[in-house]
Design a protein. Structure first.
Length: 276
């Protein structure tokens, strides 16, 4: 008799539990809002001191007293992160985070980044160059299409890749100078190397972190902030390690290329933020 009573009580409890589960009501506290995203623009403006950079036509002077013109200026911007007011970080998905800035192409200087979490942002971080992970991918892999495609598009047209020692050229600056010691009176700075594919090499990847002085970049579903970032190429010559065209008219894969990378990592600053 006792066993039957326990068996009946157990069955009743189980049935009641199932009924309660099947008739459970939604949690009134589960009011999670859908994730909202917007757009932000990073506008790069290349300058020389307090002057706008003009290709071929304008002569400038570096700290060593050497005149120079600029005929080409290209550099990769990648691995972008946006820093929020609360200190949290929004990392731009890597497949959407590679750009080639070209002075000769105004459209390339405006980076439009979509699907950014809404909020107030107070800084930005990015890499000058193409990171090692992306660099060692097979050239025909999906991760190296678009702006990283070495067979077509801007990378190929601008010769921003070394075939002889596979790797991207992170920054390319060329021009003329009376101080150049080359036969044609030109200087060439092609800076690359990500640390080595099969053996250790120079690592000229540089990370830049900028704060937005006195302003916030507001991202909403309807407001687009345009962050104007100026790059003063005088600092390539006049940075922590001064660069002389006479002493170094051509720099590519020598150890001293790291000092050029250090210099151009310091050439960026945020001038202003415009709200559209």
């Amino acid at each position: 008799m006792m066993k039957r009573t326990f068996s009946w009580l157990s069955a009743w409890a189980l049935a009641s539990g199932l009924l309660m589960v099947s008739c459970s009501f939604p949690d009134e506290n589960d009011d999670t809002d859908p994730i909202e995203t917007g757009t932000i623009q990073l506008q790069f403006d290349n300058i020389v001191g307090d002057k706008d950079l003009q290709l071929n036509t304008t002569q400038y002077m570096n700290a060593a007293g050497e005149d120079f013109t600029v005929s080409k200026l290209n550099y990769y911007i990648s691995n972008i992160k946006l820093i929020k007011l609360d200190g949290s970080v929004f990392t731009v998905p890597q497949d959407s985070s590679y750009f080639l800035i070209r002075e000769a192409n105004k459209e390339s200087q405006k980076l439009t980044i979509r699907n950014v979490l809404t909020g107030d942002y107070t800084g930005v971080e990015f890499m000058v160059g193409v990171d090692s992970l992306r660099s060692v991918m097979e050239p025909d892999s999906p991760g190296r299409k678009g702006i990283l495609d070495i067979y077509s598009g801007p990378t190929n047209e601008e010769a921003m890749y070394w075939d002889w020692n596979p790797g991207y050229i992170f920054m390319k600056m060329e021009g003329s100078s009376d101080s150049a010691t080359t036969a044609n009176g030109k200087y060439y700075y092609h800076i690359g190397f990500f640390g080595g594919r099969t053996e250790k090499t120079i690592n000229n990847l540089r990370t830049v972190k900028l704060t937005f002085p006195g302003q916030k970049a507001i991202v909403t579903t309807s407001i687009v902030s345009n962050v104007l970032i100026q790059a003063d190429i005088q600092k390539i010559f006049n940075g922590g390690t001064p660069l002389s065209i006479k002493k170094s008219s051509s720099l590519m894969f020598t150890d001293s290329s790291r000092y050029v990378a250090d210099n151009y990592a310091g050439m960026f600053h945020v001038k202003e933020i415009k709200i559209n």
